[in-house]
Write a protein that binds this ligand. Structure first.
Ligand code: PMP
Ligand code: GLN
Length: 385
């Protein structure tokens, strides 16, 4: 008898975030690899969680999320993007954006459907497409500006194309889509049976006065889109694993058929607390961009005398650093070496490619969602290289 199942994901290994955080732990290195803040959510939000934990909000909430939170999300979408969203039929609260992405992809993709995604690509999309028998079509965004080549997208669309997955602001490059990008996408999908998943988990972390070009601002895309966000990023609470998906009612119906058997629902006191907090602290989201822009600027200024090339990130809490003046080694080797021997952990970006670019890039991703003392220590180490 053969008890070892044939792997459904033979080419997938443990995610780079787990690998690099474990290596950082082992070597007590400064961990600027996996993306998480080293500071807490706002006190008022923590107080609300504690209130609900201590006042008997400890049983199952509704499958699609507590209504007050779905109403708060709908209000936020109205005030930020000017769109109407039915909290009962178009919003589902999920166990982080990760679960939302899984459910959205699974609800759409059938065997042999093609799914367009852009490398360097967040690592959870491709395996879920493959699990569903779909065919991931990876198109490359080329350094240094990492823009989407829309002619290439247009050429890669076929009758089998079912879905395009976007991510703006973009992890790991920190680039953002422009209104021109959204217009190009709109033209490409017009009249075709192609859906969109728009991963907008960093929607509020965008810099230099640039507007976040959410698909929410484009009615022709919104009617075919699953828009995914994460409270982990917005409220410095990645460990809570709460996010949401906004999609038209017919798409949400299919989405929930999957969600109910993946997670069913998400922890009650956290949902209730977020509902309260969003209602009375609308400005929190508005100030997040300037909060993280100050962190980005501080981190980049610390590196002004280093040997790295730095193109300041346009959004997210990640900064790419080009180390081509320092080493000719591959990024995976360099990130592990520096974690073990210099005490600073980062993420190599080649792991976000289906096929790493022909001429290897010397790029590492550093998370700057850290308090200033951590960033100063990181600056000292990096300037010493
Ligand atoms: N998408 C992107 C682009 C991300 O960077 C992340 C997490 N950093 C996620 C999805 C997953 O978010 P969550 O932790 O809410 O599951
Ligand atoms: N998305 C986070 C990052 O880019 C990590 C998420 C995870 O560890 N699953 O670092």
């Amino acid at each position: 008898m053969e008890l070892l199942p044939k792997s459904k994901l033979p080419h997938v290994e443990t995610t780079v975030f787990t690998v690099m955080s474990a290596l950082a732990d082992k070597h007590q290195a400064l961990n600027l690899s996996q993306g998480f803040p080293d500071f807490d959510p706002p006190d008022e939000l923590l107080d609300r969680v504690s209130f609900y934990l201590n006042n008997s909000y400890n049983q199952y909430p509704p499958m699609s999320g507590v209504l007050p939170l779905r109403i708060s999300i709908s209000d936020k979408l109205k005030s930020v993007y000017g769109i109407e969203t039915d909290p009962e039929r178009e919003i589902t609260v999920t166990a982080g954006a990760t679960e939302a992405l899984f459910c959205a992809i699974t609800s759409l993709v059938r065997p042999n459907d093609e799914v367009v995604m852009f490398d360097p690509c967040y690592d959870s999309y491709d395996p879920v497409v493959s699990l569903n028998g779909g065919i991931p079509k990876h198109l490359e965004m080329r350094s240094p500006d990492f823009r989407i080549d829309w002619d290439e997208v247009s050429d890669s669309i076929s009758d089998k194309t079912r879905l395009i997955i976007l991510n703006t602001p973009h992890n790991p490059t920190g680039t953002v889509l422009s209104s021109g990008d959204i217009e190009a996408l709109k033209q490409i999908v017009a009249g075709k049976d192609i859906y969109i998943i728009s991963d907008e988990v960093y929607e509020h972390i965008i810099f230099d006065g640039v507007k976040h070009e959410s698909v929410c601002r484009c009615p022709e895309l919104l009617e075919r889109s699953f828009v995914v966000s994460s409270f982990g990023k917005t409220f410095h609470a990645t460990g809570w694993k709460i996010g949401y998906c906004r999609a038209p009612a017919e798409l949400t119906r299919e989405f929930r058929k999957i969600h109910q058997f993946v997670n069913f629902t998400v922890s009650t006191p956290f949902q209730m607390a977020l509902a309260d907090y969003l209602k009375v602290n609308k400005e929190f989201c508005d100030q997040l961009g300037s909060f993280y822009q100050a962190k980005r600027d501080f981190f980049c200024s610390l590196l002004s005398k280093s040997k790295f090339h730095v193109r300041p990130s346009q959004g997210t809490y990640f900064q790419l650093l080009d180390y081509s003046n320092i080493s000719g080694e591959l990024d995976v080797t360099v990130s592990k070496d520096w974690t073990r021997n210099l005490g600073i952990a980062s993420i190599p970006i080649s792991v976000f490619y289906k096929k790493p670019p022909a001429s290897p890039q010397a790029l590492l991703r550093f998370c700057f969602a850290k308090d200033d003392a951590t960033l100063e220590k990181a600056g000292e180490i990096l300037c010493g290289i």
